[in-house]
Design a protein around this ligand. Sequence first.
Ligand code: SAM
Length: 332
Amino acid sequence: MKTLANHESSTLSDEPLGSTIARRITSRIEEELARPLEPGLYVVSTPIGNISDITLRALTVLARADIVYCEDTRHSKRLLTAYGLAPKQLRYDDHTGDKMRPQILQKLADGASLALISDAGTPLISDPGFKLVRAVLEAGYPVRSVPGPSAAIAGLSVSGLPTAPFFFEGFLPPKPMARRKRLAQLANMPASLIFYEAPTRVLACLTDMLAELGDRQVAVLRELTKKFEETMGGTLSAVLQQLSQQQKLRGEFVIVTAPPSTAKKPSRQEIEAAFEDLLDKVSFRDAVRRIAAQFDLPRKQVYELGLALTTSRCPSQDQTPGGEPDNEPDGA
Ligand code: SAM
């Protein structure tokens, strides 16, 4: 059996490694529990899947808090019960927030120690709590972080894409037009971009990313820390193709896209030359697709250049060239 002795140092005892770890964890927890919890609001991270991903400090704060505010009390009760905790729980979410905040401020005025948790990960990160933290800070009470998992950081750290700078977007708008508009605004940001997405929208979202961000590198992280954890990486077009072959997408997803390519951008003349070459052979739509992929440019930009070029070639034609891309920019 593995012992701490053979694992770490021969001067330590030969007790099984599990017992040693358990004993040390227990004494650390007992030390923490023996200290009163300072008054204030504690923003506590909880697991994003694997129930073991909770810190000792999170457990001891949740054990000692006068009230644990939960996004969903029933959901969080399962986690609390798994660790033998039975604190007083109250709901705090976007529906109850306006009503709850004055009560919470009053409890803080009375010297209470309060914890805020969400269904998974770090509260406020695409989860409720922002207005509460701001109100507590404005009222002059302490807000303390009890950090831990967040799907955004977990996903970024295993994405294989640059980790600095990064930009956390969270959920894109669900409606296609608004989503494409937002992606177009993000297209030139020199950072890795982190998105959250529901399984029902992952494909549509990746399709819009391909159109608006160009065929850049992407990592799709599914079910992080869970049994069916999966990481997919490659160009947007390749990952999109791989995912489209799956029957029904299930699970939770983080999408990370690489920063735009820093390779020298092609000149307008180079793009026009590519159009001149292709337009005799393929449709306008295919030319746009191929040129966007060739130069790693957003399709919208290539489409607009192509449109200007074809209009100047045939000024009498006021028609849009045939075969517009499926995901044509709004109003084009
Ligand atoms: N507060 C959470 C955090 O810190 O990550 C995020 C809450 S947000 C409502 C839920 C979204 O986070 C999911 O739709 C998914 O995009 C992402 N997510 C949460 N857990 C995940 C996991 N285990 N694997 C992949 N994505 C996850």
